[in-house]
Ligand binder design. Structure first.
Ligand SMILES: Cc1cc2nc3c(=O)[nH]c(=O)nc-3n(C[C@H](O)[C@H](O)[C@H](O)COP(=O)(O)OP(=O)(O)OC[C@H]3O[C@@H](n4cnc5c(N)ncnc54)[C@H](O)[C@@H]3O)c2cc1C
Length: 372
């Protein structure tokens, strides 16, 4: 077999999007995945413009544009990707959160992102399942959702140059050679590490910490929810760097079920559902949607986000290893930001114009470049 131009370690949404972009640019790509069940299989698949800082806004906005461009093809070629234009309602529980909604509206508007404030009566009319007494919401109509595991499959199976995928666990990277657990070796022109929280096995110098999250899915019910519903306090919780926190986050699945998040917990790699955290998360959700108490949670599970100290992903060439590129550390936004990550990786590997300023995501934030 001819040596592939690029070997990607990891077939989660980030590795799959990068492989797709590289193959579309004419590269021969081999993807190796150990089927460890990463964040892509665990998460919510909310495609959401986040605007906590300009770099987060830039990468999520560019990615949403790409998701929308893919949507018609995904719908035609793989309906199980379940891409849905649901929009997000950022729900304000009090006057202070309503003020935050207004600030968010102004920031998004300044970047050409369509959104509007809803008064309390407008919110109640749009989503009657929400409890009375909320102050209003910010509606971001372009946000969407996707079933991420199937989207990753679609990306791997629908590039213009076929992508080869092997079920193999890489145990060691030695330059351009990858030693696999079964004793075999693969060699490529370059290596892209997209292994989520497992990246530190190969690069312990990367400051990636696992952030555990719980999810629950309900049975089907009569009440209809049209948007992904998120409390405005979510942003505060999402960026907390210590301790345990929960926030109300409800995604209406096309099946009529409700997918519920979210919790954040540091310093554990125990995948077991923590009943105390789960109960807190569900109580929080019931505060916003009282009728949720009448539904059954039919499955609960956890996943691990790969968190970096500044909350931004690490994208680009490894400063110490000539043939190694990194696409890791996407925390709670990696499904959303996979497409722009892939464009940044492809431009960096192929030496073409970057789709946006790559500096905020550069690995040199955390790893010093080798002195010449
Ligand atoms: C609870 C929760 C909710 C979330 N909700 C959202 C959301 O609503 N919207 C959003 O945008 N993001 C969300 N995220 C974040 C998102 O899921 C992740 O950022 C994203 O899936 C990361 O993708 P990845 O490809 O980098 O990593 P992963 O999906 O973890 O994939 C890594 C892959 O690498 C493989 N691998 C690891 N080690 C090896 C090895 N040695 N050899 C070969 N293969 C290997 C694994 O098998 C795995 O398939 C959520 C995450 C969690 C945990």
């Amino acid at each position: 077999m001819r040596k592939p131009d690029v070997i990607v370690i990891g077939a989660g949404i980030v590795g799959a999007a990068c492989a797709h972009a590289l193959a579309n640019a004419g590269q021969s790509v081999l993807v190796l995945d150990a089927r460890l069940g990463g964040a892509t299989n665990a998460g919510m698949g909310h495609l959401v413009v986040m605007d906590d800082n300009p770099a987060e806004l830039a990468i999520s906005q560019a990615s949403l544009t790409q998701w929308h461009a893919w949507a018609p093809r995904m719908a035609a070629e793989a309906p199980s990707t379940a891409f849905t234009h649901c929009g997000t309602l950022w729900v304000a529980a009090d006057a202070q959160e309503m003020q935050e909604a207004e600030h968010k509206r102004a920031r998004l508007h300044a970047h050409g992102i369509a959104c509007e404030l809803l008064s309390a009566p407008q919110l109640a009319a749009l989503e009657p399942v929400l409890r009375p007494g909320l102050h209003g919401a910010l509606r971001v109509g372009g946000d969407s959702m996707v079933y991420a595991p199937n989207a990753a499959e679609w990306l791997l199976g629908h590039a213009s140059t076929p992508i080869q995928v092997e079920n193999l666990r890489v145990s060691r990277i030695e330059g351009r050679r990858l030693h696999c657990q079964d004793g075999s070796v693969r060699e490529g022109g370059a290596v892209l590490l997209a292994a989520g929280i497992h990246a530190t096995q190969f690069c312990p110098e990367l400051p990636i910490r696992p952030k555990k999250g719980h999810l629950a899915i309900t049975d089907r019910g009569g009440a209809v929810v049209r948007h992904q519903l998120v409390e405005l306090g979510y942003v505060k919780n999402a960026h907390q760097t210590e301790g345990t926190s929960v926030a109300f986050n409800l995604q209406p699945r096309p099946t009529g079920q409700w997918l519920l998040g979210s919790s954040r917990q540091f310093d554990t790699l125990d995948p077991a559902v923590d009943n105390a955290v789960l109960a807190k998360m569900l109580r929080r959700a019931i505060e916003y949607v009282p009728s949720l108490a009448e539904r059954n949670a039919i499955r609960t599970w956890t996943g691990f986000r790969a968190a970096t100290p500044d909350g931004l992903p690490i994208i680009g060439r490894h400063p110490e290893h000539e043939h190694l590129w990194l696409a890791v550390g996407h925390e709670g936004l990696g499904v959303t930001t996979a497409p722009a990550t892939a464009s940044l990786i492809a431009s960096s590997m192929l030496g073409t114009a970057a789709p946006m300023d790559p500096t905020p995501y550069a690995p040199t934030r955390f790893v010093q470049e080798h002195a010449a």
